[in-house]
Design a protein around this ligand. Structure first.
Ligand code: GLU
Length: 380
């Protein structure tokens, strides 16, 4: 069965990766401040909507190059390290200023490969970033290019962003780049290439679309984006590749701009549960009897039979609180029916509920995968 394309509003913790060419006008040798102002505004909106936002920003080398007026062409490693030392200061400043205009505090994090690959350092980095998020700051992350050498560097911020996203259990990674998504044929292959809106699994065919690395047809950067997609989706993080070119690139995605979504097939449960347990505003309450409370504690789903009262106006998929008949909170979950249907089937056996709803299949009001017990009540 094919899965639905998600919407930005579905996500609670979002990592946004911004490519160098978006941030830096190489010809003019300066940052694209108007573009950044528009992006900062989009970030502020998500931030106000209680989303945790992390930025992975490239641009240190490109900005340093501009400031130092280095000639065009490939830089030697030591040159790019030194350019990054100059550019990173400018980069941090423009992020701090752009976000600061919206009352958002930015915090700079520079990581090396070892910081995400070594467990102890990984845990340390995670704690620091967690603290910033707790303080409602926006971490602005880049590779520590000044000390990263060829052997021990990411080299590209696509994979770095994917690592950060999984490290922080983000539920979405947005890659804003200069291409609007994955096309089904490499450019110049003579085929009429079409954008692929949804990738449910990264198969060898999908990799072939990105162009084998090193091949003449390989498109700049698409391979590392697919690599990023593998890292992200195998750890419960969805990913979207979208064009960063329009001003307000994030709200463009929210409004349905062309882009490619990569859905996570593996264990979305954990990320989803973290999201449910987090700061969703519950839209209603389901009051359940003692038998249902015991069943939930054993790790079962919530069936209509155990529900005794339904409060609130909610739609299918909304978050609801589950309480016992004394009103104590048992858990939270995403409800499978709207309030009217939930009211119709409450107290009924599963076959009766099926009759009323007129469909075959599962009748859980809140499926186990969409349910989080409050405060360690689970025994299963
Ligand atoms: N870390 C590099 C920089 O800030 C960018 C790497 C990339 O563009 O992927 O300049």
């Amino acid at each position: 069965m094919s899965r639905k394309i998600p919407s930005l509003a579905d996500f609670r913790r979002i990592v946004i990766k911004v490519g160098s060419s978006l941030l830096v006008d190489a010809a003019a040798g300066r940052p694209r401040e108007q573009w950044l102002a528009a992006l900062a505004q989009d970030i502020a909106t998500l931030h106000q909507e209680k989303r945790d936002i992390l930025v992975v920003s490239s641009g240190a080398i490109a900005l340093g190059r501009a400031v130092l007026k280095l000639p065009r062409g490939a830089l030697k490693l030591e040159d790019s390290q030194a350019a990054a030392a100059v550019g990173q200061i400018a980069l941090a400043r423009i992020w701090a200023e752009s976000l600061g205009k919206h009352g958002i505090t930015a915090g700079q994090i520079l990581v090396t490969l070892g910081d995400t690959e070594e467990r102890r350092r990984y845990l340390n980095a995670r704690e620091t970033i967690d603290k910033l998020l707790e303080w409602k700051a926006v971490p602005v992350i880049n590779e520590n290019d000044t000390v990263a050498t060829n052997e021990i560097r990411y080299g590209d911020n696509d994979r770095l962003a994917a690592r950060v996203a999984t490290m922080m259990s983000a539920d979405l990674l947005v890659l804003l780049s200069d291409i609007d998504g994955l096309y089904d044929a490499p450019p110049g292959s003579g085929k009429d290439a079409r954008l692929v809106p949804l990738v449910e699994r990264i198969t060898p065919e999908i990799e072939a679309m990105a162009g084998a690395s090193g091949s003449e047809l390989s498109r700049g950067g698409m391979m590392t984006k697919i690599e990023a997609g593998k890292i992200a989706t195998s750890a419960g993080t969805h990913m979207v590749i979208a064009s960063g070119h329009p001003d307000h690139a994030l709200s463009a995605i929210a409004k349905g701009a062309r882009c490619t979504w990569f859905l996570t097939p593996a264990n979305p449960v954990t990320a989803r549960k973290k999201w449910i347990a987090g700061s969703l505003e519950p839209r209603g309450v389901l009051f359940i009897d003692g038998g249902a409370v015991a069943a939930l504690k054993r790790g079962k789903s919530l069936l209509p039979a155990g529900v005794k009262r339904v409060d609130g106006e909610f739609q299918r998929g909304d978050a609801v609180v589950i309480r016992d008949l004394d009103g104590a909170e048992i858990g939270r979950g995403l409800v499978a029916y709207d309030a009217a249907d939930a009211g119709k089937v409450m107290g009924l056996s599963s076959p009766e509920a099926k009759n009323i709803l007129g469909f075959e299949g599962r009748v859980e009001i809140v499926h186990r995968d969409d349910l989080v017990m409050s405060g360690g009540q689970e025994t299963a």
